[in-house]
Design a protein around this ligand. Structure first.
Ligand SMILES: NC(=O)c1ccc[n+]([C@@H]2O[C@H](COP(=O)([O-])OP(=O)(O)OC[C@H]3O[C@@H](n4cnc5c(N)ncnc54)[C@H](OP(=O)(O)O)[C@@H]3O)[C@@H](O)[C@H]2O)c1
Length: 145
């Protein structure tokens, strides 16, 4: 079984970002050094980290561990059609990323993604990514948290 931790930065008025489709990266600027280190230590303590395709589009995140010691988690991004920006940082920095697409994704798009360094593409689900099915795949690969 995969143990899932959800971690969200939420403003005091209940916002997850500074506006619709705006990057949430601006919230990180309000952190002190201790909180920044804690946040990244959480990454280091987990086997994998997952964000949706929308976050890759708006934030272009790295999802690596930079403000604390420890290993990078495996990055996982569900994107039903595999339509992510080809220049996204997590597709080009050489750290491992698993893109999870549905069976509706086009083979040509998958091949383009697979040509990136250390990017793996997994199909899971019919029209959309099957998230419970994805958890079973991750569990079988030894990703526990
Ligand atoms: N405050 C925070 O902690 C925090 C953290 C991260 C992001 N954010 C903010 O959140 C916003 C982005 O949010 P978002 O609503 O776009 O959510 P998201 O979770 O980043 O991405 C949602 C996308 O994931 C894809 N997806 C694939 N399979 C799915 C499935 N089975 N179920 C649902 N989605 C699936 C869908 O794209 P496809 O249709 O292409 O499959 C869907 O549109 C940005 O403003 C970002 O800055 C805030």
């Amino acid at each position: 079984m995969v143990e899932i931790t959800t971690l969200s930065e939420v403003t005091i008025d209940g916002k997850l970002s500074l506006g619709a489709t705006a990057s949430s990266k601006g919230l990180f600027d309000f952190y002190g050094d201790d909180l920044r280190a804690w946040f990244h230590a959480q990454r280091a303590a987990h086997d994998a980290i997952m964000v949706g395709a929308g976050t890759v589009l708006s934030d272009d995140p790295e999802l690596t561990v930079r403000h604390a010691p420890g290993p990078n988690p495996l990055r996982i991004v569900p994107s039903s059609m595999g339509m992510l920006p080809r220049d996204a940082k997590l597709l080009n920095d050489g750290h491992p990323t698993v893109l999870v697409v549905s069976r509706s994704a086009k083979e040509a798009d998958i091949e383009a993604l697979k040509s990136k360094p250390n990017v793996e593409v997994v199909r899971c689900g019919g029209r959309r990514v099957d998230l419970p099915g994805l958890m079973n795949i991750l569990d079988a690969r030894g990703i526990k948290a």
